[in-house]
Ligand binder design. Structure first.
Ligand code: PLP
Length: 424
């Protein structure tokens, strides 16, 4: 007799990214020169984790008693203020409307958004290329998962497809939670243009009169894009008061402390419901992880609010970003020559190259010592509550350029390009 509930039987324990990364690491340990472009952490050209020195210093300076003490359920007020000030600098009205809770990374923030802005059985809506854990988080929370076509024929954000999907959801579930990961989208590397943000805001505004629409911006990589990371906020101003704006803020990449598990959900809600939203988010904290790591909150608060430390972190991050952007440039230059097909890529941890039969191609590449993540997009009409992704033709290989040494970028592209000539 199996005691595990049927809906949880057959769930995979292994994350494919971590399995591939583990295999690559084992080969490396045996002395092979392996290029591992699977894992989404920034590595230096020496293969070591690129840690912002100022951030590491701030973590070391947190007193023992801070690590030992419980944090308040919602997170320390200094931390919440610092995050809101950091994210919404230059947006006074958003700041006035903002409430926040601390979460274990951006993942926790996305979890709270799903459970507080969708009823059980209702589906989240995101791009058909997406970070896999979005679906896992929905599964875990008994919420459905639906997607819209991310790119139109000219490689731009398919705003028509988004709008049609919103219309479908408004008809079927009378509520919409749209999740956009921007800038430097994982997995495609795409950063929306100003015009695309304007078009998205316009569609959301015109659909928000009758049913609740919530927009969650997952800004996990926002400090690694090529342009002003906060520029998109001004395009969301017209939505204030009619669309609830949520932001999944994460210290993982911004401060290169992935394991510290510090993040926040920031919500800009209308006057009538702000206190209710804040209370519901606090309740969710209590009902899941109870509270976050107080030492981590203290360290990140200093990195945000202590002017000298904040400046030092910015300088260190700019160095890390320059390393990443040099890899992006090298990739773009070589990939253009080798005819790879991929979305506009200006910066960020990942890029996605479109191929057919991605699993076969990734396997061939592994035999040549290059590890990338094969991906298939979700079908645009994935039904709510589906536990397995419906598939469409065509796939992709996600390349975590953040983890590839600059000197390996050309070989990576060459092996990718050779793969493209294989019979499928
Ligand atoms: N969103 C995206 C798209 C990500 O790729 C990640 C991490 O890889 C996260 C959110 C959340 O990361 P964390 O929970 O470490 O903040």
């Amino acid at each position: 007799m199996i005691h595990l509930i049927p809906s949880h039987q057959g769930r995979p324990a292994d994350d494919p990214i971590f399995s591939l990364h583990h295999e690559a690491a084992q080969r490396r340990a045996r002395g092979e020169h392996v290029i591992d472009a699977t894992i989404g952490v920034l590595l230096g050209d020496d293969g070591a984790l690129a840690v912002l020195p100022a951030a590491a210093r701030a973590v070391r300076e947190v007193p023992a008693v801070e690590w030992a003490t419980y944090a308040p359920i919602a997170g320390t007020s200094d931390f919440l203020r610092a995050v809101i000030d950091d994210l919404l600098a230059g947006e006074p009205e958003m700041k006035r409307m903002a409430v926040a809770v601390a979460t274990p990374g951006g993942t926790g923030a996305i979890r709270h958004a799903i459970t507080n802005f969708l009823e059980p059985g209702e589906a989240l809506l995101t791009t058909n290329w997406f970070w896999g854990p979005y679906r896992t988080l929905c599964d875990e929370a008994d919420r459905g998962f639906e997607t819209f076509e991310m790119f139109d024929g000219s490689g731009k954000l398919d705003v028509e497809s988004l709008d049609a999907a919103i219309a479908r959801q408004l008809a079927s579930q009378k509520r919409v939670l749209v999740v956009l990961n921007d800038p430097a989208h994982n997995p495609t590397g795409y950063s929306m243009s100003d015009d695309e943000w304007i078009a998205v805001a316009d569609r959301l505004a015109s659909r928000a009169a009758t049913c609740p629409i919530t927009l969650l911006v997952d800004c996990a990589y926002f400090l690694y894009g090529a342009r002003d990371p906060r520029a998109f906020l001004r395009r969301l101003r017209p939505l204030l008061g009619s669309v609830t704006l949520l932001f999944a803020w994460s210290a993982s990449k911004s401060f290169t402390h992935y394991g510290l598990r510090v993040g926040a959900l920031v919500a800009c809600a209308g006057d009538a419901e702000r206190a209710m939203v804040e209370a519901a988010l606090c309740y969710s904290c209590r009902g899941t992880w109870s509270n976050c790591n107080r030492g981590g909150l203290a360290a990140i608060t200093r990195m945000l609010a202590d002017p000298e430390l904040a400046r030092a972190c910015t300088v260190d991050r700019e160095n890390a970003k320059a390393l990443l952007l040099a890899r992006v440039d090298a990739f773009n230059a070589r990939a253009a020559r080798r005819g790879l097909r991929y979305p506009r890529y200006e910066g960020g941890f990942f890029v996605t190259v479109f191929v057919d039969a991605p699993h076969e191609r990734a396997a061939t590449m592994r035999s040549q010592g290059v590890y990338v993540l094969p991906q298939l997009p979700a079908a645009a009409d994935t039904p709510a509550g589906a536990s397995a992704p419906a598939r469409v033709k065509g796939g992709a290989l996600r390349i975590a350029l953040c983890a590839v040494a600059s000197g390996d970028v050309e070989r990576l592209v060459d092996v990718l390009a050779e793969g493209l000539t294989l019979p499928t």
